[in-house]
Ligand binder design. Structure first.
Ligand code: NDP
Ligand code: 2IT
Length: 446
């Protein structure tokens, strides 16, 4: 469905933000599915909600200078985009990856606004990061980089203002260095970051949450098709935080995870991935995925990460990065009989791929719904920090499970309400958008 206001806003957005192609893509996806919402709520058009919503509250960009191990000064660029805080403090991860540009962080922050709204918890949307490449850097270099990054970032964040967390290239180690520096500068021990170590304010199950939540969401997609995980051949791209814990949970529910990847290539393991070995390669040894294949009998390593979508499977969970699964990859998954695709990463499927899945009747779960378990559990970490208490693993995991069920129900209900039952892309965008738009109206023109 088209709406004149939507077309116009997308044109303006492209003209005002040239070159930010990932941001254009994310905005286009959300705005084109809210046409039906605008028909139902003309007050959103009158109040120019779209125009206000696509402009971030604040975009911060700064120099991060640090000394490498040879004593040579290095310079990177740091970002924090505080997109929208009508529902709560800005909340979203930090990404350290060489490909990071302002448009990358803007797309991620924009997605985060609607994702966080879907959780039903009081959090707004933001995202940050740097073009710093952690690959091959020593522990000391990572620490010095994090300290320098936080030396600027600390003045913009706070437990009730903006609460960053991890994303690509940022895990518990980096959060530790960032937290240490924040505390030193602000002289406050607060829940200003999530993804902390459980010994120093972190929540149990936060590390597992995105991957587990993705599998809980996918379980609902499967049961809508009268399927369960038992015996399902599952392909999971990436071998990072999201991928590993998605693999662990899917396997526990009876799936056979047959392939995983890094940015250099993929591993095909017909006997089912040995999750403990994969975790040790990535988390403990910080090694590449070919090391897994070298140590595991029967596993094959193939150079080139996109080849993973040629591995026949019933379920595909893209958990690496944006636009990693294109139209061609989608065709090959469909031809091989894949039945359900759910996004663990943010925007991993190109618009052509999403279109192909939907036309072929493959179940498709968009990232802003399917991967929201991470940020939801971050909010549970914030809640524990405010209470100055710790909850058990099972308490957190049970809450996560019911939050994911709630997200699935909302998306599927909204898809029905707006006339396209089963279209979870429409459902997620519409449900998230309505919450944010209503709160914007209530809070006046600001
Ligand atoms: P990690 O850094 O733990 O892992 C990232 C994985 O993706 C690695 O396997 C990495 O391989 C691979 N990767 C990164 N860039 C590329 C690329 N350009 N091409 C191919 N592979 C690539 O990150 P996470 O697991 O935390 O994040 C993965 C995705 O999930 C991201 O899209 C993130 O935004 C999203 N996400 C993360 C959440 C979280 O809680 N952590 C929550 C919700 C979503 P290599 O080492 O070779 O680069
Ligand atoms: O994309 C995401 O939702 C995350 N990287 C997690 C954000 C968070 O604040 O936990």
């Amino acid at each position: 469905m088209h709406h004149p206001a939507v077309e116009q806003v997308i044109e303006e957005l492209k003209a005002r933000n040239p070159d930010e192609t990932e941001f254009h893509q994310a905005a286009h996806e959300v705005l084109s599915s809210v046409a039906a919402v605008l028909e139902k709520y003309p007050e959103f058009v009158e109040a120019r909600v779209l125009q206000r919503l696509i402009e971030p509250d604040r975009q911060i960009m700064f120099r991060v200078a640090w000394l490498d191990d040879s004593g040579v000064p290095q310079v990177n660029r740091g970002f924090r985009v505080q997109f929208n805080n009508v529902l709560g403090p800005y909340k979203g991860g930090l990404r350290f990856h060489s490909s990071v540009k302002l448009g990358t962080i803007k797309f991620l922050a924009f997605e985060q606004v609607f994702k966080n709204a879907l959780t039903g918890l009081p959090i707004g949307g933001g995202k940050g990061g740097s073009d710093f490449d952690p690959h091959g850097r020593s522990d000391n270099e990572i620490m010095r980089f994090c300290q320098s990054f936080m030396t600027e970032l600390y003045r913009h964040i706070g437990a009730d203002t903006d609460v960053p967390a991890g994303d690509i290239g940022v895990g518990e180690r980096e959060i530790g260095y960032l937290f240490g520096q924040y505390k030193r500068l602000a002289n406050v021990y607060s829940g200003v970051l999530t993804g902390k170590g459980p010994q120093w304010g972190g929540s149990l199950a936060r590390k597992q949450a995105t991957g587990y939540g993705l599998v809980y969401f996918t379980t609902r997609m499967l049961s809508a098709r009268r399927m369960d995980w038992r015996g399902l051949r599952t392909v999971i791209s990436g071998y990072g935080n999201v991928a590993i814990y998605a693999a662990e949970k899917a396997e526990r529910l009876g799936a056979q995870v047959v392939a995983m990847s890094d940015s250099g290539g993929y591993v095909y393991d017909p006997n089912g991935v040995d999750i403990a070995l994969m975790r040790s390669v990535k988390e403990e040894r910080r090694a590449r995925i070919d090391v897994y294949a070298a140590e595991r009998r029967g596993a094959e390593y193939h150079a080139g990460c996109s080849g993973i979508w040629g591995v026949p499977c019933d379920v595909a969970l893209p958990c690496a990065t944006q636009n990693e699964l294109d139209g061609e990859a989608a065709k090959s998954l469909i031809a091989n009989g894949c039945k359900v695709v759910a996004e663990g990463a943010n925007m991993p499927c190109t618009p052509e791929a999403v279109q192909a899945f939907q036309s072929a009747g493959v179940g498709f779960g968009p990232g802003k719904a399917a991967n929201a378990g991470g940020v939801a559990t971050s909010l549970l970490e914030m809640a524990q920090n405010s209470q100055r208490l710790h909850w058990t693993f099972d308490e957190v995991d049970n809450k996560l499970h019911s939050i994911m069920n709630g997200i699935y129900d909302q998306c599927s209900q909204a898809a029905e309400d707006f006339g396209e039952p089963g279209n979870l892309v429409l459902g997620a965008n519409a449900a998230g958008f309505v919450k944010v738009a209503r709160a914007m109206l209530a809070q006046g023109v600001v």
